[in-house]
Design a protein around this ligand. Structure first.
Ligand SMILES: [Zn+2]
Length: 369
Protein backbone atom coordinates (compact mmCIF):
# COMPACT_ATOMS: atom_id res chain seq x y z
CA UNK A 1 0.00 0.00 0.00
CA UNK A 2 2.12 2.96 -1.20
CA UNK A 3 1.48 6.53 0.01
CA UNK A 4 -0.50 8.94 -2.19
CA UNK A 5 1.62 11.85 -3.47
CA UNK A 6 1.76 14.70 -0.91
CA UNK A 7 0.07 12.60 1.77
CA UNK A 8 0.46 13.25 5.50
CA UNK A 9 2.76 10.56 6.95
CA UNK A 10 0.14 10.11 9.68
CA UNK A 11 -2.59 9.57 7.10
CA UNK A 12 -0.58 6.82 5.39
CA UNK A 13 0.23 5.11 8.71
CA UNK A 14 -3.44 5.21 9.67
CA UNK A 15 -4.45 3.65 6.35
CA UNK A 16 -1.86 0.88 6.73
CA UNK A 17 -3.05 0.25 10.29
CA UNK A 18 -6.67 -0.01 9.16
CA UNK A 19 -5.70 -2.50 6.42
CA UNK A 20 -3.82 -4.66 8.90
CA UNK A 21 -6.55 -4.43 11.55
CA UNK A 22 -4.29 -2.80 14.15
CA UNK A 23 -4.56 0.46 16.09
CA UNK A 24 -2.21 2.97 14.38
CA UNK A 25 -0.05 3.32 17.51
CA UNK A 26 0.52 -0.47 17.65
CA UNK A 27 1.51 -0.48 13.97
CA UNK A 28 4.06 2.31 14.55
CA UNK A 29 5.45 0.47 17.57
CA UNK A 30 5.67 -2.72 15.52
CA UNK A 31 7.48 -0.97 12.63
CA UNK A 32 10.01 0.64 14.95
CA UNK A 33 10.56 -2.32 17.24
CA UNK A 34 14.09 -3.68 17.08
CA UNK A 35 16.92 -4.23 19.45
CA UNK A 36 16.78 -0.60 20.64
CA UNK A 37 14.24 1.16 22.82
CA UNK A 38 11.44 2.86 20.90
CA UNK A 39 10.24 6.29 21.97
CA UNK A 40 6.82 7.54 20.84
CA UNK A 41 5.42 10.95 21.83
CA UNK A 42 1.67 11.58 21.63
CA UNK A 43 -0.93 9.32 20.05
CA UNK A 44 -2.86 9.19 16.76
CA UNK A 45 -5.92 10.27 18.78
CA UNK A 46 -4.36 13.58 19.81
CA UNK A 47 -2.71 14.70 16.54
CA UNK A 48 -2.91 14.02 12.81
CA UNK A 49 0.69 14.01 11.64
CA UNK A 50 3.41 11.49 12.49
CA UNK A 51 7.02 12.68 12.60
CA UNK A 52 9.93 10.21 12.56
CA UNK A 53 13.64 10.55 13.30
CA UNK A 54 16.29 9.10 10.95
CA UNK A 55 16.45 5.59 12.48
CA UNK A 56 12.62 5.44 12.43
CA UNK A 57 12.54 6.52 8.75
CA UNK A 58 14.95 3.67 7.88
CA UNK A 59 12.74 1.23 9.78
CA UNK A 60 9.65 2.49 7.90
CA UNK A 61 11.36 1.98 4.53
CA UNK A 62 12.47 -1.53 5.52
CA UNK A 63 9.01 -2.46 6.76
CA UNK A 64 7.09 -1.11 3.75
CA UNK A 65 9.76 -2.09 1.19
CA UNK A 66 9.44 1.35 -0.39
CA UNK A 67 12.87 2.97 -0.97
CA UNK A 68 13.49 5.89 1.36
CA UNK A 69 14.11 8.23 -1.59
CA UNK A 70 10.62 7.39 -2.91
CA UNK A 71 9.07 7.97 0.52
CA UNK A 72 10.67 11.44 0.65
CA UNK A 73 9.17 12.24 -2.75
CA UNK A 74 5.68 11.21 -1.68
CA UNK A 75 5.55 12.34 1.97
CA UNK A 76 6.38 16.07 2.28
CA UNK A 77 6.83 16.02 6.07
CA UNK A 78 8.81 12.78 6.40
CA UNK A 79 12.15 14.58 6.60
CA UNK A 80 14.22 16.27 7.83
CA UNK A 81 13.92 15.32 11.49
CA UNK A 82 11.44 17.47 13.44
CA UNK A 83 13.25 19.93 15.78
CA UNK A 84 11.61 18.27 18.79
CA UNK A 85 13.10 14.85 17.85
CA UNK A 86 16.73 13.78 17.72
CA UNK A 87 18.60 11.38 15.46
CA UNK A 88 20.88 10.23 18.28
CA UNK A 89 19.99 6.90 19.82
CA UNK A 90 17.11 4.67 18.80
CA UNK A 91 14.02 5.22 16.67
CA UNK A 92 11.67 8.00 17.74
CA UNK A 93 8.19 8.91 16.53
CA UNK A 94 5.85 11.72 17.57
CA UNK A 95 2.26 12.65 16.76
CA UNK A 96 2.00 16.43 16.39
CA UNK A 97 -0.44 18.83 14.74
CA UNK A 98 0.61 19.31 11.08
CA UNK A 99 2.74 22.41 10.64
CA UNK A 100 1.19 23.14 7.22
CA UNK A 101 -2.35 23.35 5.90
CA UNK A 102 -3.85 20.03 4.79
CA UNK A 103 -6.96 18.96 2.90
CA UNK A 104 -9.04 15.82 2.48
CA UNK A 105 -8.18 14.26 -0.88
CA UNK A 106 -10.74 14.00 -3.67
CA UNK A 107 -12.36 10.54 -3.13
CA UNK A 108 -12.69 9.82 -6.87
CA UNK A 109 -9.06 10.70 -7.59
CA UNK A 110 -7.76 8.48 -4.78
CA UNK A 111 -10.31 5.72 -5.30
CA UNK A 112 -8.00 2.80 -4.56
CA UNK A 113 -6.51 4.39 -1.45
CA UNK A 114 -9.77 5.89 -0.17
CA UNK A 115 -11.81 4.31 2.57
CA UNK A 116 -14.93 5.63 4.31
CA UNK A 117 -13.25 4.90 7.63
CA UNK A 118 -9.92 6.50 6.79
CA UNK A 119 -9.88 9.27 4.18
CA UNK A 120 -6.59 10.25 2.51
CA UNK A 121 -5.24 13.55 3.90
CA UNK A 122 -2.92 15.64 1.72
CA UNK A 123 -0.76 18.75 1.84
CA UNK A 124 -2.22 20.89 -0.97
CA UNK A 125 1.02 22.82 -1.56
CA UNK A 126 0.48 26.01 -3.56
CA UNK A 127 -2.33 24.89 -5.93
CA UNK A 128 -3.53 21.44 -4.76
CA UNK A 129 -6.66 22.76 -3.06
CA UNK A 130 -8.82 22.26 -6.15
CA UNK A 131 -9.46 19.02 -8.02
CA UNK A 132 -9.66 20.16 -11.64
CA UNK A 133 -10.99 16.85 -12.89
CA UNK A 134 -13.94 16.71 -10.53
CA UNK A 135 -14.32 20.48 -10.14
CA UNK A 136 -14.14 20.58 -6.35
CA UNK A 137 -12.57 22.86 -3.75
CA UNK A 138 -11.12 20.43 -1.19
CA UNK A 139 -11.88 21.17 2.48
CA UNK A 140 -10.21 19.75 5.59
CA UNK A 141 -12.00 16.92 7.37
CA UNK A 142 -10.06 14.08 9.01
CA UNK A 143 -13.12 11.84 9.22
CA UNK A 144 -14.72 11.84 5.78
CA UNK A 145 -15.01 13.46 2.38
CA UNK A 146 -15.39 17.26 2.41
CA UNK A 147 -15.37 19.53 -0.61
CA UNK A 148 -17.30 22.30 -2.35
CA UNK A 149 -18.60 21.51 -5.86
CA UNK A 150 -17.54 24.36 -8.15
CA UNK A 151 -20.08 23.86 -10.94
CA UNK A 152 -21.96 27.05 -10.05
CA UNK A 153 -18.73 29.00 -9.38
CA UNK A 154 -16.99 28.93 -12.78
CA UNK A 155 -14.92 32.02 -11.88
CA UNK A 156 -13.20 29.98 -9.13
CA UNK A 157 -12.22 27.27 -11.65
CA UNK A 158 -10.98 29.95 -14.06
CA UNK A 159 -8.93 31.56 -11.26
CA UNK A 160 -7.36 28.19 -10.50
CA UNK A 161 -6.26 27.81 -14.13
CA UNK A 162 -4.60 31.23 -13.90
CA UNK A 163 -3.11 30.30 -10.51
CA UNK A 164 -1.52 27.10 -11.90
CA UNK A 165 -0.11 29.06 -14.87
CA UNK A 166 1.27 31.70 -12.50
CA UNK A 167 2.99 29.10 -10.30
CA UNK A 168 4.50 27.44 -13.39
CA UNK A 169 5.60 30.66 -15.03
CA UNK A 170 6.69 33.03 -12.26
CA UNK A 171 9.38 32.48 -9.63
CA UNK A 172 8.01 33.40 -6.21
CA UNK A 173 4.38 33.12 -7.35
CA UNK A 174 3.29 31.90 -3.91
CA UNK A 175 4.70 35.13 -2.47
CA UNK A 176 2.85 37.21 -5.07
CA UNK A 177 -0.39 35.42 -4.13
CA UNK A 178 0.28 36.17 -0.46
CA UNK A 179 0.87 39.88 -1.17
CA UNK A 180 -2.26 40.00 -3.37
CA UNK A 181 -4.25 38.24 -0.64
CA UNK A 182 -3.05 40.86 1.88
CA UNK A 183 -4.19 43.68 -0.44
CA UNK A 184 -7.59 42.19 -1.25
CA UNK A 185 -8.05 41.38 2.43
CA UNK A 186 -7.26 44.97 3.46
CA UNK A 187 -10.15 46.11 1.22
CA UNK A 188 -12.42 43.29 2.31
CA UNK A 189 -11.86 44.20 5.96
CA UNK A 190 -12.85 47.80 5.16
CA UNK A 191 -16.41 46.59 4.52
CA UNK A 192 -15.97 46.38 0.76
CA UNK A 193 -17.61 42.99 0.76
CA UNK A 194 -20.93 44.23 2.17
CA UNK A 195 -22.21 45.88 -0.98
CA UNK A 196 -20.25 43.92 -3.56
CA UNK A 197 -22.57 41.92 -5.80
CA UNK A 198 -19.97 39.37 -6.96
CA UNK A 199 -18.82 38.63 -3.43
CA UNK A 200 -22.37 38.47 -2.07
CA UNK A 201 -23.32 36.03 -4.81
CA UNK A 202 -20.27 33.86 -4.10
CA UNK A 203 -20.91 33.93 -0.33
CA UNK A 204 -24.56 32.94 -0.89
CA UNK A 205 -23.44 30.08 -3.17
CA UNK A 206 -20.86 28.82 -0.67
CA UNK A 207 -23.42 29.11 2.13
CA UNK A 208 -26.01 27.08 0.21
CA UNK A 209 -23.45 24.46 -0.86
CA UNK A 210 -22.18 23.95 2.70
CA UNK A 211 -25.46 24.51 4.56
CA UNK A 212 -23.77 27.25 6.57
CA UNK A 213 -25.10 30.78 7.31
CA UNK A 214 -23.68 33.41 4.89
CA UNK A 215 -21.90 35.22 7.73
CA UNK A 216 -19.95 32.03 8.57
CA UNK A 217 -18.55 31.65 5.05
CA UNK A 218 -17.42 35.26 4.60
CA UNK A 219 -13.89 34.63 5.88
CA UNK A 220 -13.24 31.59 3.68
CA UNK A 221 -10.40 31.74 1.15
CA UNK A 222 -12.76 30.81 -1.71
CA UNK A 223 -14.72 34.08 -1.46
CA UNK A 224 -11.90 36.39 -2.55
CA UNK A 225 -9.90 33.76 -4.48
CA UNK A 226 -10.62 34.98 -8.06
CA UNK A 227 -9.72 38.60 -7.19
CA UNK A 228 -6.63 37.47 -5.24
CA UNK A 229 -5.27 35.48 -8.19
CA UNK A 230 -6.05 38.31 -10.65
CA UNK A 231 -4.21 40.83 -8.48
CA UNK A 232 -1.27 38.39 -8.04
CA UNK A 233 -0.98 38.05 -11.83
CA UNK A 234 -0.92 41.83 -12.23
CA UNK A 235 1.64 42.31 -9.43
CA UNK A 236 3.94 39.76 -11.10
CA UNK A 237 3.77 41.46 -14.49
CA UNK A 238 7.22 43.01 -15.17
CA UNK A 239 5.86 45.60 -17.64
CA UNK A 240 3.30 46.80 -15.12
CA UNK A 241 5.95 46.95 -12.40
CA UNK A 242 8.10 49.03 -14.75
CA UNK A 243 5.23 51.47 -15.43
CA UNK A 244 4.72 51.92 -11.68
CA UNK A 245 8.43 52.52 -11.12
CA UNK A 246 8.39 55.10 -13.90
CA UNK A 247 5.31 56.83 -12.48
CA UNK A 248 6.89 56.91 -9.00
CA UNK A 249 10.13 58.40 -10.30
CA UNK A 250 8.31 60.99 -12.50
CA UNK A 251 5.44 62.00 -10.23
CA UNK A 252 6.05 60.44 -6.82
CA UNK A 253 4.73 57.47 -4.87
CA UNK A 254 1.24 58.93 -4.41
CA UNK A 255 0.73 59.12 -8.17
CA UNK A 256 2.06 55.59 -8.62
CA UNK A 257 -0.38 54.35 -5.99
CA UNK A 258 -3.33 56.07 -7.66
CA UNK A 259 -2.33 54.49 -10.97
CA UNK A 260 -1.93 51.06 -9.35
CA UNK A 261 -5.39 51.25 -7.76
CA UNK A 262 -6.94 52.49 -10.99
CA UNK A 263 -5.44 49.54 -12.89
CA UNK A 264 -6.27 46.95 -10.22
CA UNK A 265 -9.89 48.16 -10.04
CA UNK A 266 -10.33 47.81 -13.80
CA UNK A 267 -8.44 44.50 -13.84
CA UNK A 268 -10.74 42.86 -11.25
CA UNK A 269 -13.94 44.37 -12.64
CA UNK A 270 -14.38 46.99 -9.89
CA UNK A 271 -13.66 50.28 -11.66
CA UNK A 272 -15.01 52.16 -8.61
CA UNK A 273 -12.30 50.76 -6.33
CA UNK A 274 -10.07 53.82 -6.38
CA UNK A 275 -12.94 56.26 -5.64
CA UNK A 276 -14.27 54.04 -2.90
CA UNK A 277 -10.86 53.72 -1.24
CA UNK A 278 -10.19 57.45 -1.52
CA UNK A 279 -13.53 58.23 0.12
CA UNK A 280 -12.79 55.68 2.82
CA UNK A 281 -9.32 57.15 3.46
CA UNK A 282 -10.95 60.31 4.86
CA UNK A 283 -12.49 58.32 7.70
CA UNK A 284 -9.48 56.07 8.26
CA UNK A 285 -7.60 56.03 11.53
CA UNK A 286 -4.16 57.66 11.67
CA UNK A 287 -1.35 55.28 10.69
CA UNK A 288 -3.60 53.28 8.35
CA UNK A 289 -1.39 54.25 5.42
CA UNK A 290 1.62 52.48 6.98
CA UNK A 291 -0.46 49.36 7.46
CA UNK A 292 -1.61 49.31 3.83
CA UNK A 293 -0.12 46.30 1.96
CA UNK A 294 -0.25 48.13 -1.42
CA UNK A 295 1.65 51.06 0.08
CA UNK A 296 4.25 48.62 1.49
CA UNK A 297 4.60 46.76 -1.84
CA UNK A 298 5.03 49.99 -3.81
CA UNK A 299 7.71 51.05 -1.33
CA UNK A 300 9.56 47.76 -1.99
CA UNK A 301 9.08 48.00 -5.76
CA UNK A 302 10.30 51.55 -6.07
CA UNK A 303 13.12 51.26 -3.51
CA UNK A 304 16.74 51.08 -4.65
CA UNK A 305 17.65 47.71 -6.25
CA UNK A 306 14.67 45.66 -5.04
CA UNK A 307 15.30 41.89 -5.06
CA UNK A 308 12.44 39.44 -5.68
CA UNK A 309 12.63 38.43 -2.02
CA UNK A 310 11.96 42.03 -0.91
CA UNK A 311 8.94 42.22 -3.18
CA UNK A 312 7.06 39.15 -1.96
CA UNK A 313 7.95 38.69 1.73
CA UNK A 314 4.96 40.54 3.11
CA UNK A 315 5.51 41.24 6.83
CA UNK A 316 3.23 39.30 9.17
CA UNK A 317 1.80 42.58 10.50
CA UNK A 318 0.39 43.39 7.01
CA UNK A 319 -0.46 39.88 5.83
CA UNK A 320 -3.98 38.52 5.64
CA UNK A 321 -4.73 36.90 9.03
CA UNK A 322 -4.07 33.15 8.79
CA UNK A 323 -6.73 32.01 11.26
CA UNK A 324 -10.38 31.94 10.32
CA UNK A 325 -11.45 33.39 13.66
CA UNK A 326 -9.00 36.30 13.36
CA UNK A 327 -10.49 37.18 9.98
CA UNK A 328 -14.09 36.83 11.13
CA UNK A 329 -13.68 39.45 13.86
CA UNK A 330 -13.14 42.02 11.09
CA UNK A 331 -16.19 40.94 9.10
CA UNK A 332 -18.97 40.61 11.63
CA UNK A 333 -20.28 42.23 14.79
CA UNK A 334 -22.04 39.02 15.74
CA UNK A 335 -20.70 36.76 18.48
CA UNK A 336 -17.71 35.29 16.69
CA UNK A 337 -17.68 32.04 18.69
CA UNK A 338 -21.12 31.05 17.36
CA UNK A 339 -20.28 32.05 13.81
CA UNK A 340 -17.05 30.00 13.92
CA UNK A 341 -18.92 26.97 15.24
CA UNK A 342 -21.08 27.13 12.10
CA UNK A 343 -18.00 27.35 9.88
CA UNK A 344 -16.30 24.52 11.77
CA UNK A 345 -19.29 22.23 11.35
CA UNK A 346 -19.05 22.80 7.58
CA UNK A 347 -15.24 22.13 7.60
CA UNK A 348 -14.52 25.69 6.46
CA UNK A 349 -12.02 26.76 9.14
CA UNK A 350 -9.02 24.71 7.89
CA UNK A 351 -7.54 23.82 4.51
CA UNK A 352 -5.59 25.84 1.98
CA UNK A 353 -4.85 29.51 2.70
CA UNK A 354 -2.91 32.05 0.61
CA UNK A 355 -0.06 32.34 3.13
CA UNK A 356 3.54 32.86 2.05
CA UNK A 357 5.71 29.76 2.08
CA UNK A 358 8.24 30.80 4.69
CA UNK A 359 11.78 29.55 4.03
CA UNK A 360 12.05 26.21 5.85
CA UNK A 361 15.20 24.88 7.47
CA UNK A 362 17.33 23.33 4.72
CA UNK A 363 17.63 19.57 4.92
CA UNK A 364 18.95 16.96 2.52
CA UNK A 365 15.55 15.46 1.94
CA UNK A 366 13.24 18.36 2.52
CA UNK A 367 10.57 18.76 -0.10
CA UNK A 368 10.21 22.34 -1.28
CA UNK A 369 6.77 21.95 -2.74
ZN1 LIG B 1 -10.84 14.44 -8.25
Amino acid sequence: MPPVAAELTGSWLRRMALASGLPAQDLVRGILNGSQTVQITGTPKTALEAYLNAPARSALARFTRVPQSRLYELLPQLGPTHPRLSDDGGPQAAWFTPAHAWVTACPQCTARAWSRRQPVLLYPGSVGHICRRHRRWLLANAHGPASVPLGILPEVMAAHRRHVALVRGVAGAAGAVAVAAAMVWSWLAQQWWIGDKLWSRRAAALASLTGCPAVSVAAHALIAYPETISVAALLSNPQWQQRLRQSASDDGLRAAKAMALEDIGRWIGRPWLVDWLTADARTRRPGAEERDPLQWWLGQLTGPNPSPGDLWCVPDSLARPVHYGDRLTFLTDLRVREVIDGAKAACLTGGWEPVPHRPSPAGPHHSSR
